[in-house]
Design a protein around this ligand. Structure first.
Ligand code: AMP
Ligand code: GLY
Length: 421
């Protein structure tokens, strides 16, 4: 079998590493992939993940049996629709279902309509109304750009000045382009956050092992929001009781709601949850695997990933027994110092010979040497019987990797350990 994976970050490397375990897979193409992924797949650097015409053309010229579209942008743009049109079976939602991530206004209205627990909110189409509203809104208040904004479209304003500044930058200053032309302003919720990725074919929903992201750049959850500086799984706040409540009040109602709207979701539906004093609530939906959540969840998956993905595509997920190891995982992201603001790249990297669990996010390969080529450079995942062991092993492995300018958080998993004790 030949498989095409659209995307080129650490998440895609984790997906490709897992797909490679299937003995029927003879070739994997990564569009664009990256210098590190090149060890596991044939990369096509000239075709970017949002170049839908290029992707379709490539697939016509290099027939593939199955495609996985991993990042949000191509999904929202309709990459799966385009590939299915030319007869390539895909894992990932069609554009009309990917809107669950592509528009916060859509997802908030969906949750309101179907009674799915989430923060109270208002939608604003023009800046004057939003500015008027925040004069009296309870603080802190949360301002979200409607559309995709590389995970940076959420501002938690502690003061009215910050709220005003956020509204102005998005709605007047055009900070996120069209994505910020409309905003959602919502209630500030408190409680531990849990990421639950799920496989769904629109009929069955199978939650994967839960995880915890560490979004802030600095230790102690300080500093700016990033794409994610590390993850652990499972998340100790996601108890069996919470899981049952989520299934009944959030997961199944969301699948049914999407069907009801004529937007059946097939693929990986990511539930970003907050366990509030009033129970679990949805902070956000993503239409794809999280990055770096995939880097801890997939290494714990015991069932063949490609088999699950094909069953999702063929709407036979109920026939597959999806199993996870009864273990823990920790992924530490090694970044370029200065990320997410300003950083230098193109430093030579040294890696151990055995690259198991090292998922490269941003690197180029030149004459056999890997050079850093991004804010997030790589993630190191280790699994073990217990979370403390997985964390120790991940940090041990980090010490075997070097590049100038390297930066990583030293406290990935600490909050989870506190919760366990
Ligand atoms: P998102 O991009 O929607 O995941 O939001 C980024 C982060 O902002 C989340 O992971 C939360 O930590 C925080 N956040 C988003 N919405 C809220 C909310 N209503 N209350 C409190 N924190 C929030
Ligand atoms: N790690 C958060 C996300 O992928 O959206």
């Amino acid at each position: 079998m030949k498989v095409m994976v659209v995307g080129g970050g650490g998440r895609e490397h984790a997906i490709i590493s897992k797909i490679k375990e299937n003995p029927d897979v003879e070739e994997i193409y990564a569009l664009p992939g990256n210098g590190g992924i090149a060890a596991d797949a044939t990369c096509v650097p000239e075709i970017g993940a949002t170049d839908l015409d290029g992707i379709v053309k490539f697939a016509k010229e290099n027939p593939v049996d199955f495609a996985v579209v991993a990042p949000d942008d191509p999904l929202v743009l309709g990459c799966v629709d385009r590939l299915e049109e030319i007869g390539i079976p895909c894992f990932g939602p069609e554009a009309k279902a990917a809107i669950i991530e592509g528009s916060k206004i859509f997802s908030k209205n969906l949750m309101k309509k179907y009674g799915i627990p989430t923060a109270a909110y208002e939608v604003f189409e023009n800046a004057d109304d939003a500015l008027e509203y925040i004069k009296t809104a309870p603080l802190p208040t949360v301002i979200k750009a409607d559309g995709l904004a590389l995970g940076k479209g959420v501002i938690i304003a502690e003061t009215r000045e910050q709220a005003e500044e956020a509204v102005k930058s998005m709605m007047i200053g055009g900070k996120f382009g069209k994505s910020g032309a409309r905003v959602v302003i919502e209630e500030f919720l408190t409680g531990p956050e849990v990421s639950v990725l799920s496989f769904t074919d629109g009929k069955t929903v199978v939650p994967m092992i839960s995880s915890m992201d560490h979004k802030r750049a600095k230790d102690g959850d300080k500093g700016l929001n990033t794409g994610g500086m590390g993850t652990i799984a499972p998340n100790p706040y996601y108890t069996p009781e919470v899981a049952d409540e989520c299934m009944e009040k959030i997961f199944l109602p969301t699948i049914r709601a999407m069907n009801q709207e004529g937007r059946t979701f097939k693929g990986c539906l990511y539930f970003g949850l907050m366990i509030t004093p009033d129970g679990p609530k949805v902070i956000e939906y993503n239409c794809r695997f999280g990055d770096p959540e995939a880097q801890v969840v997939l290494p714990l998956l015991k069932t063949d990933l490609l088999t699950i993905m094909q069953a999702v595509r063929n709407e036979t997920l109920s026939e597959v027994n999806v199993e996870f190891a009864d273990e823990s995982a920790c992924c530490v992201i090694m970044a370029s110092d200065g990320y997410p603001v300003k950083y230098e790249k193109h430093y030579a990297m040294t890696l151990p010979e055995d690259r198991t669990g090292i998922f490269i996010a941003g690197a180029t390969l030149e004459d056999g040497t890997l050079y850093t080529n991004g804010g997030r450079v790589l993630g190191v995942t280790r699994t073990a019987d217990t979370l403390p062991e997985a964390i120790d092993k991940a940090y041990e492995a980090v010490k075997t990797i070097h590049f100038d300018n390297e930066y990583y958080r030293k406290d990935i998993g600490h909050r989870a350990l506190e919760a366990l004790n």
